[in-house]
Design a binder for this molecule. Structure first.
Ligand code: ZN
Length: 241
């Protein structure tokens, strides 16, 4: 068994470890009893995972997804409070989804995709919100975000479709549009009109229209990368491999 694991480490040095290696290593774990070897395999697995090898999407895709989806409608979907206060620039005060909250203490800054609870101190982005809320991993949360905001519904599989639809219903709702309109008016009154401000809201309203029409984002070019984890002496030094 030790030999097999070392051959994976050699491969990591020479040609790199890919998704198939990850699966093989994971299967190996079932048959190992030696504690040290288990530790080694787990280290390799987490190194491969953290190198993004399992991602179906390229880094460029992930950045695009992050930048072109919004946190506010996601949080609104799982929140039924009637009155929502708009505080500073594009920030909405909501009941916190992460602790039992009776007085809204969770602030969502929509265009920054940043959520922060002043009581339990939880911070979330659009991806980490979905991770926590839907109890899924980073990769699935990124995919889900793409399905909700960027894809035509026909690209989705049966498993994610109901969740995607749940969030898209909010994006298409009057409740969300009205909140954005109020936010826009508030910002104009407070900071004056600027082309940057109009562009920001224009993007958000365009997203709503696109989803209402069930159109995918034509600027989103799906690219997959065949990533590998290349092991180095530096990595070896810092881990227990
Ligand atoms: Zn909280």
């Amino acid at each position: 068994m030790k030999k097999i694991i070392n051959s994976f480490i050699d491969k990591g040095f020479n040609e790199g470890l890919n998704k198939e290696d990850y699966i093989e290593l994971k299967n190996l774990l079932i048959n190992i009893n030696d504690k040290n070897l288990i530790l080694k395999v787990n280290t390799l697995l987490s190194l491969i995972y953290n190198a993004g090898v399992l991602n179906k999407l390229s880094d460029e895709n992930i950045k695009y997804i992050k930048d072109n989806s919004y946190l506010l409608p996601l949080v609104l979907t799982n929140n039924n409070q009637e009155k929502i206060k708009i505080t500073s620039m594009d920030s909405y005060m909501l009941l916190c989804p992460f602790h039992v909250d009776h007085k809204p203490s969770f602030s969502v800054t929509n265009h920054l995709n940043y959520g922060h609870c002043f009581t339990c101190k939880t911070n979330v982005s659009n991806i980490s919100y979905l991770k926590k809320q839907e109890n899924i991993n980073y990769i699935d949360a990124t995919d889900l975000l793409a399905y909700i905001f960027l894809f035509d519904i026909k690209y989705q599989n049966d498993k994610v479709l109901p969740i995607t639809k749940k969030y898209q219903e909010t994006i298409k709702s009057d409740r969300y549009s009205k909140l954005l309109e109020q936010g826009l008016v508030r910002e104009i009154n407070k900071y004056g009109v600027s082309s940057l401000l109009l562009e920001r809201y224009n993007d958000m309203f365009k997203t709503i229209d696109r989803i209402k029409n069930n159109e995918y984002d034509s600027n989103f070019k799906l690219k997959s990368e065949n990533k590998k984890l290349i092991l180095t002496n530096e990595i070896l030094k810092n881990t227990n491999l």
